[in-house]
Design a protein around this ligand. Structure first.
Ligand code: NAP
Length: 253
């Protein structure tokens, strides 16, 4: 589905990003994964395939993003697919959240998506597909998730505006909206909600969360990757500014 295309995935060394990188690679794309942690990147590169490119980037730094874009341009010429996937998740209760915690979440999930796309836009080829990662929380209110939900609502909005803005370059922007997906990010959510949570308590916490999902279980990263692959490919060529919800019914039923 992606033969001859070059794809960049931020946060590509774990969870949803890693699953998407694997699937795009299996479907013929030249893949670049990017993240902060060099060891995780190297392990992911080995797992996907030696030919995969791994670049260290901090999406919070505009300069780091611009440097990454020029490295990709030099090594691979440009991009056909950009999955802006890097993000963080933790609770921010109204009464106790610090300014730093609020800013880090908003900066990583919102500002970084804006400046990631600003940095990559010059190297996106005509006909490129950009996929943003929003979340089921953009539709519902859950206690303690004000900043996280608002950040993902902003990302949902970006998909619409950037689609309109980049249409004259024939660049499509769409979003995936995962439900609760079994990835490392959930451990951090659990810890932020229940500091000192043990592994056993975390297991119970996940089991409790699964009961809230109409489908009866958490989602898997490969289930989001399948939607990302579809949005990356020409099969979704008439989709602009849209959101694919893959949440086992969590926000929809
Ligand atoms: N899992 C879910 O239930 C769920 C639900 C809805 C939406 N999502 C979204 O899915 C995306 C991926 O999350 P995940 O669930 O796959 O969790 P994950 O495995 O923890 O992935 C998050 C990735 O983001 C990267 N990242 C975070 N801050 C970064 C920074 N400043 N610079 C560069 N990379 C950074 C991390 O890389 P490093 O460790 O190298 O920094 C990590 O690979 C996130 O945007 C998340 O909000 C997840």
């Amino acid at each position: 589905m992606l033969k001859g295309k070059t794809a960049l995935i931020t946060g590509g060394a774990s969870g949803i990003g890693l699953a998407a990188a694997k699937l795009m690679h299996a479907n013929g794309a030249r893949v670049v994964i990017a993240g902060r942690d060099a060891d995780k990147l190297e392990a992911a590169r080995r797992e996907i395939g030696e030919e995969v490119h791994a670049l260290q980037v901090d999406v919070l730094s505009r300069q780091s993003l611009v440097t990454m874009a020029s490295k990709i341009k030099e090594a691979l010429g440009g991009l056909d697919v950009f999955f802006a996937n890097a993000g963080v998740a933790y609770v921010t209760p109204l009464a106790t959240t610090t300014e730093d915690a609020y800013d880090t979440l908003m900066d990583t999930n919102v500002k970084s998506v804006f400046f990631s796309l600003q940095a990559m836009e010059p190297i996106l080829r005509a006909g490129a597909s950009v996929i943003l990662n929003t979340a089921w929380l953009n539709q519902v209110g859950v206690p303690g998730r004000a900043a996280l939900s608002a950040s993902k609502a902003a990302v949902r909005s970006f998909a619409r505006t950037f689609s309109a803005e980049l249409l004259d370059r024939q660049i499509r922007v769409n979003a995936v909206s995962p439900g609760l997906i079994d990835t490392p990010i959930l451990r951090g959510v659990g810890q932020s909600e229940h500091p000192g949570q043990t592994d056993a308590e975390f297991k119970k916490y996940l089991a409790g969360a699964a009961k809230l999902i109409p489908f009866g279980r958490l989602g898997r990263p490969d289930e989001i990757a399948a939607a990302v692959l579809f949005l990356a490919s020409d099969a979704s060529g008439y989709m602009l500014g849209s959101e694919l919800v893959i949440d086992g019914g969590l926000a929809e039923l």
